[in-house]
Design a protein around this ligand. Structure first.
Ligand code: RB5
Length: 147
């Protein structure tokens, strides 16, 4: 699985922690689109870079991080084809895959610690979309893009 990951300045340390977790998975390759320092950047720009890879198919999934996870998840969900789930707990991460087929995960670097973030990432990477009635609902979500 190919993953593109990015954060604004509010979650650079969390991004490094998440990358360490991604390295646990032999079948995961990741690309980091920044940011790489503490200089302030605008989270919509990071969301756009990560989601471009997901939409083009260069990445199977994306991970976006900012201080709260809110701004970058809102930005990601403006991009056609993206279903971004802001998850600051493990249950939501699992359900976002099983029921919502989320293709982008968002978390907040100023909200959660590295330990819970690691559990969230592991759950999100391993949970599978259940399809069935959830597929009908996800299709309805995607149809909203054209209304
Ligand atoms: C940046 O200061 C902060 O606004 C951003 O990281 C994020 O929390 C926005 O939703």
């Amino acid at each position: 699985m190919k993953i593109t990951i990015g954060s604004d300045h509010g979650a650079v340390d969390l991004k490094e922690a998440v990358k360490r977790v991604l390295k646990e998975f032999r079948d995961v390759e990741f690309k980091d689109v920044g940011t790489f320092g503490t200089n302030a950047v605008d989270y919509p720009d990071i969301a756009e870079k990560v989601c471009a890879d997901v939409v083009s198919g260069e990445a199977d999934r994306g991970i976006v991080l900012c201080g709260t996870g809110i701004g970058i998840s809102i930005a990601a969900n403006k991009i056609h084809g993206i279903r971004c789930a802001l998850c600051n707990d493990v249950y939501s991460a699992t359900m976002s895959r099983q029921h919502n087929n989320a293709n982008v995960l968002a978390m907040g670097g100023r909200v959660i610690g590295f330990g819970i973030a690691g559990k969230i990432v592991r759950a999100w990477l391993t949970a599978e979309f259940e399809g069935g009635r959830h597929e009908r609902r996800v299709n309805k979500i995607m149809a909203l893009e054209n209304k």
